[in-house]
Design a protein around this ligand. Structure first.
Ligand SMILES: [Zn+2]
Ligand SMILES: [Zn+2]
Length: 299
């Protein structure tokens, strides 16, 4: 029997063995002492559906996807989401695999009314590499999917605020426009990202523009924060020692992350690897990134 306590004395998450989860059980578990509560952490509590674990590869992919989810949720918690001060509904995750004991199924990733469907099978490196090549999406990752779909969920949380809705629509367009028709137009005649969108997919509809933009804010925040945590410094060093999630000015964080991205692209080339962050932040894109950053920080 493995010791279930953690270094801090808190109970380990009940998914320690099943999913390799290294978080502590959520504090309210200890407080409620509910006999039916297995004692999951804040991340595992958001998982409603897990894949068919009678297939060994599904367990590996689920563990990797849960690890990515913890990483992404931790960044959002640092922005103020899902903590004690957040009274809104937390996201609910259906973690689905493409293989089941009854045969293969197709998994459509997406967000609807607070529920996020994630295809954990893309945690398989060979499958992911194939999809990256087939779909022309070299930066397709499980972490990217998580940030994109959580961005849709955060928009669903934010859009009830009249101030946000008005400012959002004046910058991104009206998200109440016909989504199905817009996506069909995009797939028939994809538009280049141009000067105002972070990606071609962002041009499809204001909902996708927001999800792509907000996902990039989370990427850039993590690049700036992770780089700083190593002790490395760039010449873009204003606000360098501030917490990029909470304190540093948002435009300084974007500039810093972009500078790190350019530098790390060259470092990766030294190893024959793909660029870390090969995206161009045109002024129109930057304006949207700053808007999304401020909105996410308000969370
Ligand atoms: Zn957990
Ligand atoms: Zn989307």
């Amino acid at each position: 029997m493995r010791e279930r306590g953690t270094a801090s004395g808190a109970m380990a998450c009940a998914n320690l063995d099943d999913a390799g989860c290294n978080w502590a059980a959520a504090p309210d578990h200890d407080a409620t002492k509910d006999a039916d509560d297995p004692g999951f952490c804040l991340s595992c509590r958001t998982t409603r559906t897990i894949p068919d674990l009678s297939l060994a590869q599904n367990r590996d992919h689920w563990r990797d996807a849960e690890a990515a989810k913890r990483w992404v949720l931790w960044g959002l918690m640092r922005l103020g989401w899902f903590g004690p001060e957040d009274n809104g509904p937390p996201p609910i995750f259906d973690m689905i695999a493409e293989e089941t004991s009854a045969g293969p199924v197709s998994v459509t990733m997406g967000h609807a009314e607070g529920v996020i469907t994630l295809n954990v099978s893309e945690a398989d490196p060979a499958r992911l590499a194939l999809r990256q090549a087939e779909l022309g999406e070299p930066y397709r990752t499980v972490m990217g999917h998580l940030r994109h779909e959580i961005a849709h969920y955060l928009h669903w949380r934010l859009i009830g605020d009249a101030g946000f809705a008005h400012a959002f629509r004046s910058l991104f367009g009206d998200e109440r426009a016909d989504y199905g028709a817009a996506l069909q137009r995009h797939y028939e005649d994809p538009q280049p990202a141009g000067e105002t969108h972070i990606s071609s997919y962002a041009t499809a509809h204001p909902h996708e523009d927001w999800a792509e933009t907000a996902a990039h804010v989370l990427h850039l925040l993590d690049i700036a924060d992770s780089f700083g945590a190593t002790g490395f410094r760039t010449e873009v060093d204003d606000a360098w020692r501030q917490d990029v999630y909470r304190e540093a000015p948002s435009d300084a964080v974007i500039d810093r992350a972009a500078a790190i991205g350019v530098g790390m692209n060259h470092v990766n080339r030294a190893m024959g690897l793909a660029d870390l962050y090969p995206f161009v932040l045109a002024p129109g894109v930057r304006e949207k990134l700053l808007f999304a950053f401020e909105a996410l920080r308000r969370g």
